[in-house]
Write a protein that binds this ligand. Structure first.
Ligand SMILES: Nc1ncnc2c1ncn2[C@@H]1O[C@H](COP(=O)(O)OP(=O)(O)O)[C@@H](O)[C@H]1O
Ligand SMILES: [Mg+2]
Length: 221
């Protein structure tokens, strides 16, 4: 099977503190994996390493075919094009519409055709249940709807891997279930998902493979 993430003997640091050691795991194409652990255990730090936002001091990390130990600053946008990233606090551009948030991503990845941009945006908004809301500003949407835009933004470039950092952390149960359904749907179509969460009820409700980070150690369950 094709490996989407491969990590060997990685230590994760924040400033000069080692937050995780001996991280070893591989994720294959199409897998849905939860990254669990208490608040402060290092889930977000590990995800940052995987999207090349944090320096690797020891260990080997390869993500969607890129060796992140050797990747050059100017190659990082090529890696990010193959990733979709979803955050707990959505991180939408608050000064522009839903449509323009999504257009921004497509243009950043080199898409120039106005008609193709429109087609892709309307298609993805339909998938995430936001048909007709393309002209809304983020503040005119509920939290659940804003996160649906976050999911649309992550999926619009048809990524190989979606990294989601507590994507349901700010949502009520109904919106949270909706976001989970979207991620699970994407994974059924072959997109690999790595999702950090400390919500064990959610994992019970939507069971999948779990990687756990605990007391400086990485444990595969
Ligand atoms: N920007 C930062 N600078 C220094 N330490 C940080 C920073 N961000 C997080 N940390 C520390 O790194 C550890 C792991 O944090 P984090 O990866 O955010 O954990 P989690 O996502 O599991 O809650 C915590 O002890 C946290 O305080
Ligand atoms: Mg975190």
């Amino acid at each position: 099977m094709k490996k989407i993430i491969e990590i060997k003997d990685l230590s994760v640091y924040r400033k000069n503190i080692k937050v995780l050691s001996d991280v070893n795991f591989a994720v294959e194409k199409g897998e849905f994996i939860y990254l669990t652990g208490k608040v402060g255990s290092g889930k977000s730090s590990l995800l940052k390493i995987i999207y090349a936002d944090e320096e690797i001091r020891t260990g080997q990390v390869s993500v969607v075919g890129f060796n992140l130990v050797k990747i050059k600053q100017k190659e990082i946008h090529l890696l990010r094009r193959k990733l979709g990233i979803v955050f707990q606090d959505y991180k939408l551009l608050t000064d522009r519409t839903v449509y323009d948030n999504l257009k921004f991503v497509l243009e950043a990845s080199g898409e120039r055709s106005k008609s193709l941009i429109k087609e892709k945006i309307l298609k993805i908004l339909n998938i995430v249940g936001l048909k007709g809301k393309e002209d809304r500003m983020p503040f005119e949407l509920s939290g659940g709807e804003q996160q649906s835009v976050g999911i649309a933004r992550a999926m619009i470039n048809d990524p190989e891997l979606i990294l989601a950092d507590e994507p349901t952390g700010n949502l009520d149960e109904k919106s949270s279930d909706n976001i989970m359904d979207l991620l699970i749907q994407a994974s059924k179509k072959g997109t690999t998902i790595l999702m950090a969460t400390h919500d064990f009820n959610l994992i019970k409700k939507f069971p999948a493979k779990v990687f756990n980070v605990e007391e400086n150690n990485f444990i595969m369950k």
